[in-house]
Design a protein around this ligand. Structure first.
Ligand SMILES: Cc1cc2nc3c(=O)[nH]c(=O)nc-3n(C[C@H](O)[C@H](O)[C@H](O)COP(=O)(O)OP(=O)(O)OC[C@H]3O[C@@H](n4cnc5c(N)ncnc54)[C@H](O)[C@@H]3O)c2cc1C
Length: 254
């Protein structure tokens, strides 16, 4: 694709500070399409959903590989799923939850791509990978596993050591219910103490703190778990019980 609208769409990113104009956008339908461009020697960048900042998914006068072209989930079986590098985490959980399965870790924003997150995002995702298919800089399509140099290099590699075209992600049984706690604290000292209490007590699967400015500053603790949990000295704003099967379209932790 080389039309103006397509080029505009991939000329900037979530940060919105950098603009780079590619010559073309490749929407691959197979790893071989990416391999062919890389063998050409053209400057190439992979783009998942462009939710990174400072131009990491942008290229001047080169080719943007729009990984959304490879966005499928190929296999879901007990223990693992095989997914395309351009699949969003939402697509992944929508495919696994009907089987009562989930990746052990997903980003809180499910519309990021698997490949983009593995190349830049949370380290916890990379601990739950069994295998990767990667297109190397010389245009070879290689399958690699934990322990290999290529596997280590592409994780957190910003697409500089290869483009992830498939990932085999470990799956665990999905909880049947999820409790979400949303608590507002008067200051950051109280917020930190509550976070520490929850983490040390091991009552929750996930604990997050947000400091937001609305009418003044708000310190908010958010926590998720599949059992009831309590934390001292707080005001509970919401505690909805989310039934996973009823929330498939939104993922487990919407
Ligand atoms: C609103 C928001 C919420 C977020 N929440 C979380 C979160 O909960 N957990 C978390 O871990 N991170 C989170 N992040 C950070 C996020 O993981 C990274 O910004 C991630 O890179 C975004 O994925 P993307 O698909 O948009 O990647 P892009 O921005 O498109 O790409 C990021 C980098 O990876 C490279 N790349 C993209 N796809 C591939 C591929 N298939 N193979 C090799 N390289 C590739 C790109 O070239 C670029 O260097 C969040 C970001 C935002 C904006």
């Amino acid at each position: 694709m080389g039309d103006e609208a397509a080029l505009d769409r991939v000329s900037t990113d979530f940060g919105g500070m950098i603009r780079r104009r590619p010559e073309a956008v490749l929407v691959p339908s197979a790893a071989a399409d990416i391999a062919a461009v890389l063998r050409d020697g053209t400057p190439v960048t992979a783009r998942g959903r462009g939710h990174s900042t400072h131009g990491k998914s942008l290229v001047d006068s080169g080719v943007v590989v729009d990984m959304a072209g490879l966005g499928a989930v190929h296999r879901v079986v007990p223990g693992y799923a095989v997914v395309d590098g351009g699949a969003s985490w939402r697509t992944v959980v929508e495919a696994t939850l009907p089987h009562g399965l989930t990746p052990p870790v997903v980003p809180d924003f499910l519309d990021l791509s698997v490949g983009g997150t593995l190349s830049l995002g949370g380290t916890s995702h990379v601990d739950n990978l069994l295998e990767l298919e990667v297109v190397t800089g010389t245009g070879s399509v290689v399958t690699c596993a934990p322990g290999s140099d290529l596997f280590r290099a592409v994780l957190g590699g910003l697409g500089q050591c290869g483009i992830i075209t498939r990932a085999t992600i470990a799956l665990v049984p999905a909880p049947e219910v999820v409790r979400r706690l949303n608590v507002r604290y008067p200051d950051t000292v109280a917020l930190n103490a509550a976070q520490q209490e929850l983490v040390l007590s091991g009552q929750c699967d996930y604990v997050e703190g947000l400091i937001l400015q609305d009418d003044g500053w708000s310190q908010i603790l958010e926590a998720f778990g599949d059992k009831d949990f309590t934390v001292s000295g707080n005001t509970v704003l919401t505690t909805p019980l989310l039934r996973v099967p009823d929330n498939r379209g939104q993922g487990i932790f919407p």
